[in-house]
Design a protein around this ligand. Structure first.
Ligand SMILES: Nc1ncnc2c1ncn2[C@@H]1O[C@H](COP(=O)(O)OP(=O)(O)OP(=O)(O)O)[C@@H](O)[C@H]1O
Ligand SMILES: [Mg+2]
Length: 342
């Protein structure tokens, strides 16, 4: 914008400059050639006409330039330019042209971002409605069947109620995940950072989740490390991270073991969860942290998954100033890790 200002202020200064130069010239000539009164009046008339023509010429030029600028602005307003290269103001207005071009590019960028956000929002709403509909329809189905008479059928009544109950649990989990995500994304998640004993912390979580692993005949082990190690973070939120990662490792592993541990570095502790499961292909690794993204939608949903787990994990880890990393080989297993400050 500073160039614009320069441009207009120089235009405004031209007329007084012409008048000043003319006055100086007349005074100079009248002294040099010792003008008589008539000669002086003739000189004044001559310069007045010259100035008038000059101002007329400059005015016309400026007017043409302003019309060009106005046309360019009008075209930007009506979105008629496809690219910045189409904006042309001529050599005299090169600086202004560059300024308008960069303004145009910035605006285009903003518009692209807004369109992308709008698309993400629409997709998100579509996903949410779809995910809500699944358990609600299932619950409705079981209840209707029970009301239609199945309630008296000893063979199915209890299992239908259990299934409906499982879907209400899924629904509740989904709503909690959504509330979590929206709080994190709107910056309302309050974090409480403290040093905590990471060995005790992980042991507790593993103890809680071991029965889940045992159901699939998987081992769930804590790889040994310094018992006194203290790391810095929000224990409550990190608990959510570890539960998500360990539950995933169990969910997507059929044989072998899930290992959890910490590798101590000079300034950080690298917390990891490894499994010997199905692994994730290169193309999917980049997408698993997106909300609702699941490599195998049906398989994940069957297990009560909505694809929000890793999106939450990513948010929490990033709120710790860290980054979640994945190393995975299809068919061999995966390792998820992140660093915490010592
Ligand atoms: N340890 C893992 N091994 C193989 N694939 C994994 C692993 N962890 C995650 N994935 C893949 O990444 C996808 C996204 O994981 P995420 O935790 O976000 O969702 P989910 O487990 O399907 O559902 P949710 O966690 O919401 O219950 C999963 O559906 C799965 O395809
Ligand atoms: Mg998960």
């Amino acid at each position: 914008m500073s160039n614009l200002k320069k441009y207009f202020s120089s235009t405004k200064r031209i007329i007084p400059t012409i008048y000043s130069v003319t006055t100086i010239l007349i005074i100079l000539f009248s002294f040099l050639f010792n003008f008589t009164l008539i000669q002086l009046l003739a000189a004044i008339l001559f310069f007045a006409i010259l100035d008038f023509l000059l101002i007329l010429f400059i005015g016309k030029n400026r007017n043409d330039e302003l019309i060009t600028i106005k046309n360019v602005i009008e075209k930007i307003r009506t979105n008629s330019f496809q690219s910045a290269d189409e904006i042309k103001l001529g050599n005299d207005l090169k600086e202004l042209e560059d300024e308008i071009k960069s303004m145009f590019l910035r605006t285009q960028n903003d518009i692209t971002n807004l369109k992308r956000l709008e698309q993400v929002r629409t997709e998100f709403l579509g996903n949410v409605s779809h995910e809500l509909r699944t358990p609600i329809f299932a619950i409705q189905g079981y209840i209707e069947t029970l009301l239609d008479g199945a309630i008296n059928d000893e063979n199915v009544n209890k299992s239908f109620l259990q299934k409906a109950d499982q879907h209400t649990i899924n629904l509740n989990n989904l709503l909690n995940d959504l509330i979590n995500i929206s709080m994190m994304e709107s910056g309302q998640m309050l974090m409480s950072f403290r040093y905590f004993n990471v060995h005790e912390f992980l042991e507790g979580i593993i103890h809680e989740l071991r029965p889940n692993a045992a159901k699939k005949n998987l081992e769930l082990n804590l790889v040994q490390f310094e018992h006194k190690l203290q790391l810095y973070g929000d224990k409550q939120r990190l608990r959510q991270v570890m539960i998500n990662l360990i539950q995933n490792a169990i969910k997507y592993t059929e044989t072998g073991a899930v290992e959890v541990g910490v590798m101590e570095n000079e300034k950080t502790g690298k917390v990891f969860v490894r499994d010997t499961g199905i692994g994730i292909s290169g193309a999917d690794v980049d997408r698993i942290f997106e909300r609702f993204y699941r490599v195998d939608k049906d398989r994940s949903r069957e297990m009560g998954g909505t694809g929000l787990g890793l999106a939450i994990v990513k948010h929490i880890v990033e709120a710790h100033g860290s980054k979640i990393e994945v190393v995975s080989t299809s068919g061999k297993g995966s390792e998820f890790s992140f660093h915490l400050k010592k």
